[in-house]
Design a binder for this molecule. Structure first.
Ligand SMILES: Nc1ncnc2c1ncn2[C@@H]1O[C@H](COP(=O)(O)OP(=O)(O)OP(=O)(O)O)[C@@H](O)[C@H]1O
Length: 600
């Protein structure tokens, strides 16, 4: 989709917008690099020239001293610019692109985020910003080599041309052959780069799983280590095989390059020696021309290598651009709608909503219509995989319906700015998520200085977690996990769920979505939690998903979902009287609880 040239323009334009200084310092580094190389060959030739001119010791000493001083100034400037610029490129990579990647990743549309190819693309894009000599930073570093080698080639070709113009022609022909050979090897590498990247993505996945502490239990218990190691070795074998082929292509190129270099140097040196031995050239001129030939040769090697490496960098920049093209949620640029900001509970209406995952032909939801009335509590029940969490994600605007409409207080969900909508809703998902920050920050979802401490404590009390937090020396300022603080604590699964509920209570918004929020709670905590919710959420709209049907007695309406369709809808008593799937499920659960109570 993006050509190499457009990637080149893109990355330089981004740097230009970020800062203009690097361009000036890069130009200075290029000039200083050429001058450093030039003084390297000028010094011996200059000393010989001063000797040849026999202008006395003082003339010789003064000339040599001036030459050395110039060389020292150029060399020191070059060393300074080299390290200054290296820091500058790293700063641009980490301070701009790495941050932009992170921010983009956290904002792209959720449905796009969950597509497998997104993660692969993200891995590749991260690869373009992960070290000094690849992608973004590599491009600028190779820029210096390419431009300084190019200038050096012109300078040395000019010097050689003063000896005999035919030598330039010879150098050009041999260099073009050398370049074509290098390009053949390099384009083979570019062709295989996608294969290598795919293996790298899989390898990184296995590495992450090996270091993943939450996978640690299963890895040990089911002794997955041998299997994972075997898969990693297989991947590595495939990787090495491709690398071997790439190296072989470069080796063939190296052999041809060596032959061409020998030919070039042999002819040039032979010609120069001939001129020297016939007295048509001074010794100093001979040394200068000799240096220019070998300088030309090494610049040519550098430029061909840098060109092919920069092509790889540009390919990686393409991945970065493709990643940045992944869209934000539709509507993120829409203006805020004042009517939604009013202090009133929300009414959610699903009208003939169907949903399939992108690329999937299965309808997860099929022509679903229902209303979550403002201020009412609704329970959504159904067997595993019925589509309950999908409904929650649709209400959250994380997925868009494939067909049908969802309205919030009569406003189409698609016409709302997600940032505004998210201020009005709170959700507790099945898999609790908390950051390695303080407990208070995890409850308020904002920095400590912006957290309302009283509200935070109140939410923790309501969620049934305060007793535990109050017993900690730093109370709600205690950190979770050890990533950010050595004395951070670990919460149990149930405690974590209570923490997430405290977060939803702290937000105090008009719509609460609870996707199995009590699955990890003990029976007493679960009962207490539902009682808390039914009091706290009075006059607020709430949707509960729970497999424990005892919890549905707190709700005004129950929706029974089966195979992506609302099969039954009514109050608990109405559905029991109906004697359908809900009544059957309730009966099975009641029997189980009765039997358990009798056993006790
Ligand atoms: N990203 C995805 N891509 C494709 N299919 C998916 C994806 N996520 C979920 N599904 C499928 O969608 C169906 C409904 O999933 P959903 O999580 O909504 O069910 P659920 O009723 O909440 O189940 P449970 O009670 O087990 O939580 C399942 O069959 C699941 O396999």
């Amino acid at each position: 989709m993006y050509s190499l040239w457009s990637n080149y323009i893109y990355i330089h334009r981004e740097l230009w917008h970020y800062s203009k200084k690097p361009f000036l310092f890069q130009a200075l580094e290029i000039v200083s690099q050429v001058l450093t190389g030039f003084f390297g060959i000028l010094l011996p030739a200059g000393i010989l020239l001063f000797l040849e001119q026999s202008s006395g010791f003082s003339g010789f000493a003064l000339g040599t001293l001036v030459l050395f001083l110039c060389y020292a100034v150029v060399f020191v400037s070059h060393t300074f610019l080299q390290s200054r610029n290296a820091w500058q490129y790293t700063e641009f990579r980490t301070g701009f692109f790495t941050r932009r990647l992170l921010c983009h990743f956290m904002q792209i549309d959720y449905a796009v985020l969950t597509e497998p190819k997104t993660l692969q693309l993200a891995e590749k894009a991260v690869g373009a910003t992960c070290s000094n000599w690849v992608g973004v930073e590599g491009m600028f570093r190779y820029d210096v080599t390419i431009y300084s080698s190019f200038l050096g080639l012109i300078l040395y070709a000019g010097l050689i041309g003063t000896v005999h113009p035919a030598i330039i022609l010879l150098l050009l022909v041999l260099s073009v052959l050398q370049f074509l050979s290098y390009r053949r090897a390099a384009s083979y590498e570019v062709r295989r780069r996608d294969d290598l990247s795919e293996i790298e993505v899989s390898q990184r996945y296995f590495q992450k799983q090996s270091y993943n502490t939450s996978a640690g239990k299963d890895i040990r218990l089911y002794q997955l280590n041998g299997w994972l190691d075997g898969v990693y070795r297989q991947l590595n074998k495939r990787y090495q095989k491709i690398l071997f082929r790439i190296r072989s292509a470069y080796f063939a190129n190296d052999l041809l390059t060596l032959t061409l270099q020998l030919l070039r140097d042999g002819i040039c040196y032979g010609f120069l020696i001939y001129r020297l031995s016939h007295g048509t050239m001074t010794v100093s001129g001979f040394v200068l021309a000799l240096g220019a030939v070998s300088g030309f040769s090494s610049y040519f090697n550098e430029i061909t290598a840098a060109l092919s490496k920069s092509v790889l960098c540009l390919e990686q920049i393409r991945w970065l651009r493709e990643f940045f093209d992944l869209p934000f949620p539709a509507g993120h640029t829409l203006p805020f709608r004042p009517e939604l900001a009013e202090e009133k509970p929300l009414e959610i209406c699903f009208s003939h909503v169907s949903f399939s995952h992108p690329g999937g032909d299965k309808r997860i939801l099929d022509d679903v219509s229902f209303t979550l009335h403002a201020g009412e509590h609704t329970a959504l029940v159904g067997i595993n995989g019925a589509g309950k969490s999908t409904i929650v994600k649709l209400i959250c605007g994380l997925y868009q319906p494939t067909e049908g409409n969802i309205t919030i207080n009569g406003i189409p969900l698609g016409s709302l700015n997600p940032a505004q909508y998210y201020k009005a809703i709170a959700a507790v998902f099945q898999d609790p998520f908390a950051l390695s920050f303080s407990i208070a920050e995890n409850v308020s979802c904002s920095p400590l200085e912006e957290t309302d401490r009283n509200r935070c404590r109140e939410a923790l009390i309501r969620a049934g977690l305060w007793e535990k937090i109050a017993s900690l020396p730093q109370k709600e300022e205690t950190y979770l996990g050890k990533d950010m603080a050595d004395d951070g604590i670990t919460l149990s699964g149930g405690e974590m769920q209570k923490l997430i509920m405290a977060r939803a209570l702290y937000k105090n918004c008009h719509l609460l979505l609870l996707d199995e929020p009590t699955a990890a709670l003990d029976a007493i905590s679960e009962n207490k939690m539902y009682e808390t919710y039914s009091t706290l959420l009075k006059n607020k709209t709430a949707l509960f998903i729970s497999h424990r049907l005892a919890s549905t007695r707190f709700c005004d309406t129950i929706l029974f979902l089966e195979n992506g369709k609302i099969k039954e809808c009514g109050t608990h008593d109405e559905l029991i009287a109906l004697g359908g799937s809900y009544a059957h499920m309730f009966e099975v659960q009641s029997q189980y609880y009765q039997e358990t109570e009798e056993d006790i």
